[in-house]
Design a protein. Sequence first.
Length: 157
Amino acid sequence: MLGATAKEIRRVDRGADIVTGGIADSRHGIRFTAFINGMYRAGPRPAFDTLAVNAYAARASGVPALVRRARRLMDRSGHRRGRLWVTEFGWASSGPRSRFQVSRDEQARRLSWTLRTLYRSRARLKLRGAIYYNWRDARPTHRCSRTSSGCILGCST
């Protein structure tokens, strides 16, 4: 699907930058390495310009480690000019206990260290940027917006 879509995008806009959806290293589903290698095996030429990585890690050091791993996979697949984008990373400061939950002070330390580390290695990794995902729960509202396709529930912020 990515190959067919990329072909049409490039037909309409040769200068378009095609970015993959964010790929996470999760214990569930297809493993990170297998998924990325499979994307490269699917066609003679990569159908994307930038690989997006959702680099969630229990420790701050795991974020740049995952980005370096993605860079190695890209290089080994012959996509040395391809770029990377960390489209999500972060840690929770509340909610259900998990290995991704830390105090607010620790969250600030990890964010600062991770951004500095990624910034220093941006040229070598061909890193376009990093997005800190500051997610919080929102209480669903019962308001309904009508669209041509039906009803969409909104969320309060």
